[in-house]
Design a binder for this molecule. Structure first.
Ligand SMILES: *Cc1c(COP(=O)(O)O)cnc(C)c1O
Length: 368
């Protein structure tokens, strides 16, 4: 079943019921801006940001840099562009970056670094938690030899697959990379989830990364935007890369206002999303036919693997009840976010329960 079909069915159900709202667990990007966030957009003071005239963009960049403990920030339309700008600013043509082969920057950005930056990616396997091994990263750094590309950058990710990364591991990889003359970029699309879950300041988590990309449109609930933070001279060069990639935006303060609102109001509440994901995992674990995967490091995600024969039927049943999961196989990712309530969590658990109760009835009817 395509995601779109599931969404269509769920929307029809929601329209027909008195719930009138789809419970969408595909990603934390599906949130819609709240009334208060929209009000912040209305009131935002704006100017042409390509001329550097937008005070709200400026305020967001300063605020994000401060939160991440870096000198400067740059507002970009998306996390993908933020990562690409980082790669193109760290690396020259023919240079190389090392990343986990499951990381967004390696796997999910349409090979932008290679296509648009002439930068060569090296993907390393990640461990069960999503981390890289120090030895493997060190082993991937190439000797200075004209046969080889120049190893320039190590890219890390936190959270990765929804899991908070081992901080000691991050710190030792960063120390080794710096010692070998490489820089470190942290794809912190969901860094705030890691910070809240580990009760650590985000600046502490990235203190050994040279640059950090933070998504405002994931758990933080804005419609658009990411911030890339790092040293002043880096951000100055990144500005040119952003312009080249078409990311220079004009009265972008209306969007930056959402980011400012989110950093103020939507960070601490991520704990609620983590609690919802834990409760959902606990509730769904009662169904023996459903394998639930949630590690202690998981934040706002859990994964469920139905039996092969249930996969399509379970998703169709849920869509029929106005609930949407992604359709990944074998395990489906469920993501909690600020539009998911306590009640939604219980509705999901009981609706999955209804599916298994019905299946059992059908099986026993067939057997008798
Ligand atoms: C979503 C995501 C991105 C990209 O963000 P977009 O705004 O969707 O382009 C980058 N890295 C990670 C880890 C992500 O989850």
């Amino acid at each position: 079943m395509a995601m779109y079909e599931g969404m269509k069915a769920a929307q029809q159900t929601a329209r027909g019921s008195n719930r009138r709202r789809v419970i969408d667990l595909r990603s934390d990007t599906v949130t819609v801006p709240s009334t208060a966030m929209r009000q912040a957009m209305v009131e935002a003071e704006v100017g042409d940001d390509v001329y550097g005239d937008d005070p709200t963009v400026e305020a967001l960049q300063i605020k994000a840099a401060e939160i991440l403990g870096k000198e400067a920030g740059l507002f970009l339309p998306s996390g993908t562009q933020s990562n690409l700008v980082a790669l193109m600013t760290h690396c020259q043509r023919g240079e190389e970056y090392i990343a986990g082969d499951s990381y967004h920057i390696f796997h999910d950005e349409a090979a932008g670094a290679a296509v648009l930056g002439s930068i060569s990616p090296i993907g390393l396997p990640t461990d069960a938690r999503g981390g890289l091994s120090l030895e493997a990263v060190e082993g991937a750094i190439k000797a200075d030899d004209p046969h080889y590309a120049v190893s320039r950058l190590v890219c890390l990710e936190n959270t990765s697959g929804g899991r908070v990364q081992d901080q000691d591991n991050i710190d030792s990889i960063a120390a080794m990379a710096h010692e070998r003359g490489l820089s470190v970029h942290m794809d912190g699309a969901r860094l705030m989830n890691a910070a809240v879950a580990s009760d650590c300041s985000p600046a502490h988590l990235v203190r050994n990364a040279d640059t950090v990309s933070l998504c405002l449109s994931k758990g933080l609930g804005t419609p658009v935007g990411s911030v890339l933070c790092g040293p002043h001279d880096f951000i100055k060069r990144a500005l040119r890369a952003r312009k080249m990639l078409g990311g220079g935006m004009r009265q972008a303060g209306v969007l930056a206002a959402c980011g400012l609102y989110a950093l103020e109001h939507n960070v601490a509440r991520l704990a609620e999303d983590h609690r919802h994901a834990a409760r959902m995992a606990e509730g769904l674990a009662q169904f023996p036919a459903l394998k639930v995967i949630r590690d202690p490091e998981h934040t706002n995600m859990l994964f469920v693997a139905p039996r092969e024969e249930d996969h399509t039927a379970l998703l169709a049943h849920l869509a029929g009840e106005g609930i949407v999961f992604g359709s990944q196989k074998p395990s489906i990712r469920l993501v909690t976010h600020l539009d998911i309530t306590d009640e939604d969590v219980e509705t999901v658990i009981s609706t999955v329960g209804d599916y298994y109760a019905k299946t059992k009835q059908k099986l026993s009817a067939a057997g008798s």
